[in-house]
Write a protein that binds this ligand. Structure first.
Ligand code: PMP
Length: 360
């Protein structure tokens, strides 16, 4: 079967050149006579892979020397616990902005270890917007402020990040890391599950400022302690070796494409093609507030469940798959991560136009 255009929210589409390179190296990676999956994580060959992945990510995101880059397991969901366990030591409280399903999960997990204050929420409108929070709303004594930079399910993102003063800003960037230029120095911690813009599920990237390391609560499990992973350069135990290798290939692909500024331009072009169509459609309707719209996840609805089902079915027949919206928003959702080509979005819009004409 021909490759489809995969609009899944994650695990998601990967760049075709990366998949081809991985296939070519499956039986013999770099003259070792073995697959990366069969290599010792302590070998020189593997060291070159994990160090390469880190160096590429540092180059792509312009990560300063006083930040550690960790390749961990347990998904972004483990960070919902790992962040409070490592950071709450100061005085046991943190501020949160609640912008959706994943923010809520981060909040409820933090509550197990201390006080989680919800400073602002957009729950009143089904999380269709990002609340604007002035600096004086944050507790200057909080250990950190947590945000979800892009809300995968609700299709919103921060147009501008909040100013938290000297309180470290922690961002769950799972669904928009590497999608646009971001200033890492504005954050204490950035974390992201890999399965959207980085690589396969099973790797979680954590970028953490050095002064936030080494203060974990006593109850912190060894595997949840940033200090251990930073000291051991993500090799305290066996890391997700193959996932990190694919991440390295994705980073190389991105560098060849022109890095994050080039990706940002393509991503904005793709999002514009789709939003322009939705905004001018008499049938499809966007669900997120315009000024807060994500350029990675685009939810939109049809007037009835029957039409939605029909649309999904016909889209699939046209090689456009994984477009079903999350049940909390309904309708459709097109996730258009870095690896989704412009052509995929054009094909989607062509299809939606025809569907609209036939179902007016
Ligand atoms: N945060 C966000 C913004 C997400 O989109 C997801 C997964 N879709 C998660 C956290 C949870 O990630 P994981 O499944 O890797 O734990």
């Amino acid at each position: 079967m021909a490759r489809v255009y995969n609009f899944s929210a994650g695990p998601a589409v990967l760049p075709e050149p990366v998949l081809k390179k991985a296939a070519a190296e499956m039986l013999d990676c770099n003259g070792t006579g073995m697959s990366v999956m069969e290599m010792s994580h302590r070998s020189k060959d593997y060291e070159a892979i994990i160090n390469g992945a880190e160096a590429h990510l540092r180059a792509l995101m312009n990560i300063p020397a006083n930040y550690k880059v960790l390749f961990l397991q347990g998904g972004a969901s483990s960070q919902f616990a790992m962040v409070p366990l490592n950071l709450l030591g100061k005085n046991g409280k943190a501020d949160f902005i609640n912008t959706g399903t994943w923010s809520k999960k981060a909040i409820s997990e933090a509550k197990r270890y201390g006080t989680a204050n919800v400073v602002a929420t957009s729950e009143d409108k089904n999380f269709s917007y990002i609340p604007k929070v002035a600096k004086d709303r944050f507790d200057p004594q909080a250990s950190y402020v947590h945000i979800t930079s892009n809300n995968t399910i609700e299709g919103t993102k921060y147009a501008a990040f909040p100013d938290t003063g000297s309180v470290p800003l922690v961002a769950d960037m799972s669904s928009n890391i590497l999608s646009e230029v971001m200033d890492v120095t504005k954050f204490g911690i950035i974390y992201a599950g890999a399965q959207k813009n980085i690589g396969p599920a099973g790797v979680c990237v954590v970028i953490v400022r050095e002064d936030l390391i080494g203060k974990a609560l006593d109850i912190t499990p060894t595997m949840f302690n940033y200090e251990i992973h930073a000291k051991e350069k993500s090799l305290y135990n066996t890391p997700p070796t193959y996932g990190i290798y694919i991440a390295k290939l994705v980073f190389e692909w991105m560098l060849e494409m022109g890095g994050v500024p080039a990706m940002e331009k393509i991503n904005k072009d793709k999002a514009k093609i789709l939003y322009d169509f939705i905004d001018n459609s008499g049938l499809f309707k966007g669900t997120a507030a315009k000024e807060d719209r994500s350029i990675m996840n685009v939810p939109f609805t049809l007037p009835s469940d029957e039409l939605t089902e029909k649309c999904l079915k016909e889209a699939k027949q046209n090689g456009l798959v994984q477009l079903k919206g999350h049940r909390s928003v309904g309708g459709l959702r097109a996730s258009i991560y870095n690896a989704m080509p412009v052509d995929g979005v054009k094909k989607l819009v062509d299809f939606l136009k025809k569907f609209e004409a036939a179902n007016k």
